[in-house]
Design a protein around this ligand. Structure first.
Ligand code: CUA
Length: 322
């Protein structure tokens, strides 16, 4: 029963977390297939051992009288060495086949997306495109997309369970992986290497969409942020530019060009605040601005001495950035 429970947990019956056994991508598909092959081989070995165990317990005395000299040794050679050798070589060959296939990245003409791991968020850029976003990257459906990985500080690991196995981000190195899916949708990713206090809140989304929508995302990434439309939004932009916000964050097309924290040019459309820490709504946004340490303790944004009258304006402005 415990084993069945474990299998159910792995196959994604636990709370809607993304499962590597519910693959939607070419890379994860290979891993899932290999997982099932290994699972059934181990089940067969388990069953075989149990049968032999019962056989030995029940028939040992009767067999003892009949066993001829030399027979046990032959049995040990076949069951103890021969069969395991066949199984291990097969498993090794299958693993090697998939390892080679997973290492087969896209060609030089493929779309490239650059992802940089920070404690504790993901910076997303596209070569040749001016802007940046955070904790969300888009890929065109049906194409093999190169993901170029760097870390700005410590080790992180880029993992989208339904699309591709993990790739570690190692300081001083540029590493590459790729994503490919034929199924449009939203896939959750997660940092998979312990990187400090808020490692758990280092999630991201991969949005797979038709090429046309992907191109629209690219053009938005290269464009200035939305202009404020209401008085409250205008006051919010002013407060952002003149306050401490602009020292750390960029909002494209405004006076805010800080590079320490995430680019906030599209913050209003993001799926979460704090890389999966809380949902992106006015209340959480206000709480985050005033004191993000209560939301995501240890993150590098200090509490902000924001005038209580300015806070609603800041929220209105940031929420308009979609
Ligand atoms: Cu980054 Cu764990």
């Amino acid at each position: 029963m415990a084993m069945l429970g474990g299998v159910l947990a792995l196959t994604g019956c636990a709370g809607g977390a993304p499962s590597a056994l519910d693959p939607a991508g070419t890379g994860a598909g290979r891993v899932a297939d290999l997982w099932w092959v290994l699972f059934w081989i181990s089940m067969a070995v388990f069953a075989e051992v149990m049968v032999l165990l019962v056989w030995a317990l029940v028939f040992r005395r009767r067999r003892d009288a009949r066993v001829r000299h030399g027979q046990p040794l032959r049995f040990v050679a076949i069951a103890g060495a021969g069969i395991p050798l066949v199984i291990l070589v097969t498993v090794y060959a299958l693993g090697l086949r998939d390892l080679v296939a997973l290492g087969d990245g896209p060609g030089p003409e493929a779309t490239t997306i650059e992802v940089t791991g920070h404690r504790w968020w993901w910076e997303v850029r596209v070569p040749g495109v001016a802007g940046a976003t955070a904790n969300e990257l888009h890929i065109p459906v049906g194409e093999k997309v190169r993901i170029r990985l760097r870390t700005a500080d410590v080790l992180h690991s880029f993992w989208v369970p339904q699309l591709m196995p993990k790739t570690d981000l190692i300081a001083g190195e540029v590493r590459e992986t790729w994503l490919q899916t034929d199924r449009a949708g939203t896939y959750r990713g997660q940092c998979a290497e312990y990187c400090g206090t808020q490692h758990a809140h280092m999630a991201f989304l991969v949005v797979a969409e038709p090429r046309r929508e992907f191109d629209a995302w690219l053009s938005q990434l290269g464009s200035p942020a939305a202009r404020p439309q209401t008085d409250a939004q205008r006051r919010g932009q002013e407060a952002f530019e003149q306050g401490s916000c602009a020292g750390c964050h960029t909002i494209r097309g405004t006076g805010a060009d800080g590079r320490i924290g995430p680019d906030l040019s599209d913050v209003g459309s993001r799926w979460s605040i704090g890389a999966g820490a809380v949902s992106n709504d006015g209340g959480h946004l206000g709480g985050w601005i005033a004191n993000s340490q209560t939301v995501k303790p240890g993150n590098f944004m200090p509490p902000q001495p924001v005038d209580a009258q300015r806070l609603p304006d800041l929220i209105a402005y940031l929420q308009s950035l979609t």
